[in-house]
Design a protein around this ligand. Sequence first.
Ligand code: ZN
Length: 462
Amino acid sequence: MVMVAYMFFGMFLILAGYFIYVAGIMGPKHVNNPYNKLVGLLAESVVRGSIYSADGEVLASTGTDENGQEYRTYPYGEEYCHTVGSIEEGVYGLEAACQYDLLSSADPVWKKFLHDMSGKKDTGNSIVTTLDTKVTRAAYEAMEGYQGSAIVMDSRTGEILAMVSRPGYDPNKVSKTWEDITTREDSPLLNRATQGLYTPGSIFKIITLYEYLQEHKEDAASYSYECLGGIDVDGTGIHCSNGTSHGTVDLEDSFAYSCNCSFVNLGLTLDLTRFQKTAKQLLFNSKLPMILDYKKSEFSLKDTDSDFVKAQTFFGQGETLITPLHAAILVQAIANDGMAMKPKLVSKIVDGQGNTVKENKNGEYQRLFDKTSAQELKEYMKSVVDYGTAKRLQGFTNLTVYGKTGTAQTGNKGIAHSWFVGFAENAATNQSYTVVVVTESVDETVAAPSVSVTKEILKVLD
Ligand SMILES: [Zn+2]
């Protein structure tokens, strides 16, 4: 009898040793590869943990049916399909990024031993996200009828309160609807917030303005330009939106009204070598601190480019491409005196009893702007809401909004992507919320749908 017990204990040690090897030494990288057999092996001994919102709601959990078969449920369906993800037909979202944590168990060794003996599984650790169900619901509903995405981030901490991408898919029915999901032209699997590369349009004027301010520290205040609605570059006409003539504009007006002609005029005076450095410093063509799959933004302005290509770049057309995530990081940094925080989706890992196993602290990522420049840009972004293209974002009870709109031409006449990037501050609480919205392929004559979406989102934060 004693022998048998020793034998079992010996076997247990070997098994335990193996799992420590698999989970600990080989580390997260191997386990997070969705196709790795080790994941299947871990899943045989651990019940995949749950995923929670910041306000304590279950976003994903594992149930067992009458035949003892495990199944994964997502109570909020499509709303979190890109952030929380899914595990049928490949693993996506946080389900993939946090696979190692969800399939690790903090059950005590004696419990694991008993589980092994009785053929039961250990309880996997759970993930507590930074996602807020109220803010996410507001963003999801405001994006109804649009393709595109919306991100809401706490500007002080980098915590992502909402990240919505539409269209989506139902993570509860992936296998059943797989053919539809993978053949649809509107790519519902794509997380547009992190993987969608868009022409920035006029939101890029923030960067052109920043560069101009850097190069004209002394005389930016005396800038003046006479906008006649069009400007000739290399024999080609560039126009302000709807052919509007903005008349005499200073730098603030140029930004608030989003005057293309003025930005071409001031852009063509810029030092391109310096501009390239600025773009690099502002994370174009760079990796981003993000645990979900994402694309790098693209910027490629060269001295040898024609003046026309250069001119287009200064107001956000041309070759430049940006993701909503990257735009959110830039704007969050401006809101936060120039310091970009690491965008955060997971706040902690907890065990089956809700005890914290690991806390994911907020962290500074990189200083993108010096404090003075960030405050200057903030003032310009205020004028956009005070008297410029985003006046509709006035009138909140507690929030003051700062931002920039964009209408990015798509090449199809009359069809554009609408952008809003900015942040809303509550002076009483010192809270600040970064909001980035892009609505794809909308009718250009409809007034900035992304501003309308932003307004709906901010109502729940006001
Ligand atoms: Zn103009």
